[in-house]
Design a binder for this molecule. Structure first.
Ligand code: ADP
Ligand code: MG
Length: 244
């Protein structure tokens, strides 16, 4: 479904992605872990055509992701993204926020978009909040609206960039549960996260990224329980015990 082949990306003269390759099968959940600055967000942005890359190839279901080509508009509709910050429109209701994409990007009729939005908001447990404004929701609820908004585009895959990192700790679980449900329904997902419990339970594969390279990848039980590379071991130790 997604193939990333030997991607190199530089900002100016500094190469931040140094030959990354992986693919994601239909229905697969791939978690990307790694230290700050290792290039996790940059890779997601490249997949979604928000960033150019200098070398290599990214394909969505065979179609080349080329930010310089007008085909990118169609490709971005096929892959949704959920960010750390929810980026909801503050002056629109929850329902209107979720309708926005289908109506303005996919030109779905408003009545149909309203039904679709209500359906996905119900799926994320917010059927009682359709007419609320984002500022009156908790961070966890706002992020669930953002997930409903991504789902309402009926994408082929969803990319999540640290979706729970900005949340108060007690709100993380409700968002991870919704993500797990979405995964169980068969959505193809790439998830950048520091939530090792989620990665262990939901991921089919975990990639450990450092310095713009994949150091190690494999099933979660391998990468998280018995990583082969010292750099992976060190990273996991720091995440699990920050005082060490
Ligand atoms: P991560 O998400 O793993 O924390 P990023 O993908 O955000 O890492 O960043 C990877 C590297 O690229 C970092 O060194 C960061 O400073 C650099 N970088 C990210 N965005 C830009 C930018 N717009 N201009 C210059 N450097 C950038
Ligand atoms: Mg990042």
């Amino acid at each position: 479904m997604i193939t990333v082949q030997d991607i190199h990306k530089s900002y100016g003269t500094i190469e931040v992605i140094k030959g990354v390759s992986f693919d994601v099968q239909v229905g697969e959940v791939v978690c990307i872990i790694g230290p700050s600055g290792s290039g996790k967000s940059t890779i997601l942005r490249c997949i979604n055509g928000l960033e150019t890359y200098q070398k290599g190839e990214i394909r969505i279901d065979g179609d080349l992701v080329n930010p310089a080509d007008k085909s990118i508009i169609g490709l971005r509709q096929r892959v949704s993204m959920v960010f750390q910050r929810f980026n909801l429109f503050p002056h629109r209701t929850v329902l209107e926020n979720v309708m926005e994409g289908p109506v303005h990007v996919k030109h779905v009729r408003r009545s149909e978009a309203r039904e679709l939005a209500a359906e996905y908001l119900t799926k994320v447990g917010l059927e009682a909040k359709l007419d609320a404004y984002p500022e009156n929701l908790s961070g966890g609820q706002q992020q669930r609206v953002a997930i409903a908004r991504a789902l309402a585009m009926q994408p082929e895959a969803i990319l999540f960039d640290e979706p729970t990192s900005a949340l108060d700790p007690e709100l993380v679980g409700e968002v991870l549960k919704v993500m797990r449900d979405v995964a169980l329904e068969g959505m193809t997902m790439v998830v950048v996260t520091h939530e090792m419990g989620f990665a262990r339970e939901v991921a089919d594969r975990v990639l450990f990224l450092e310095g713009g390279r994949i150091v190690e990848q494999g099933p979660p039980e391998e990468i998280l329980r018995a990583p082969k590379e010292v750099r992976t071991q060190d990273f996991l130790r720091r995440v699990i015990n920050p005082l060490e």
